[in-house]
Write a protein that binds this ligand. Structure first.
Ligand code: 1GP
Length: 230
């Protein structure tokens, strides 16, 4: 199952804490995107996650959960994405919470469904940056070094450059792409239309589109076309 991720060029990330009308969800799930990722940095509960999963399950595309809160882990997703934030000094976000989760729930973890992601968080205003106290003001050389830690030392299958809420610095993302040997490069943050999707897709393997779904559905749908026509 994990292998299917390699073919993904486009993911919609949906926040269970935000309202989405049925016709909007229908358009998102029928857009041609490769997968739905359910997750967010705040307000995620078991109940709102179950609700969103059950609604997305009416459609054929894969649905994965990005785990940010243990109390909201819901059975029935195709895969579970496990973020490890690399550019923080707070080891809880790198291995600490993971260790605690395994100590408590290790006996019931479906390991074959877990996919770790090496996160490099670069927008200081984002909730995730504040929560994890990520060092966002770093040089390109520092970003590429983190990318290599994830790819070459930790052998993580995914490096995720996260600018959530703002469109990132594409030369920096490209620099990371150039030093990665095996990992798949996810880019997320501020993709808001066809053109930004094209730009981001040029420097990454997979683009993740979030916020725009909630404010401009047609623009969000156009990001799929941008990637599929590439
Ligand atoms: C958030 O990377 C995703 O985790 C997408 O970011 O919401 O800015 O599109 P946006």
């Amino acid at each position: 199952m994990k292998e299917i991720i390699k073919a993904w060029k486009h993911i919609f990330k949906l926040d269970p804490d935000r309202e989405m009308a049925d016709d909007t969800l229908d358009a998102v799930c029928m857009s041609g995107s490769d997968a739905i990722m359910v997750g967010g940095s705040s307000g995620i509960t078991y109940e709102n996650t179950v609700d969103l999963l059950s609604r997305v399950r009416r459609y054929e595309l894969p649905c994965v959960q990005e785990v940010s809160d243990l109390s909201a882990v819901v059975p029935g997703f195709d895969l579970y994405m496990i973020p490890m934030v690399l550019n923080t000094d707070d080891s809880r976000w790198i291995t600490g919470l993971h260790q605690a989760a395994i100590e408590e729930y290790g006996y019931m973890i479906p390991w074959e469904l877990l996919v770790p992601e090496g996160y490099i968080v670069l927008n200081s205003d984002s909730t995730v940056a504040k929560l994890t106290e990520a060092h966002t003001d770093i040089e390109e050389s520092s970003v590429t070094a983190y990318a290599q830690v994830a790819d070459k030392l930790m052998n993580l299958p995914i490096v995720y450059i996260e600018y959530s809420g703002t469109f990132g610095d594409m030369p920096t993302v490209r620099a990371a792409q150039q030093v990665i040997s095996n990992a798949q490069l996810f880019y997320g943050g501020g993709i808001c239309d066809y053109d930004t999707a094209v730009e981001a897709a040029k420097v990454s393997d997979t683009i993740v589109v979030g916020n725009i779904v909630y404010s401009d559905l047609q623009a969000a749908i156009s990001t799929v076309k941008a990637v599929k026509l590439e």
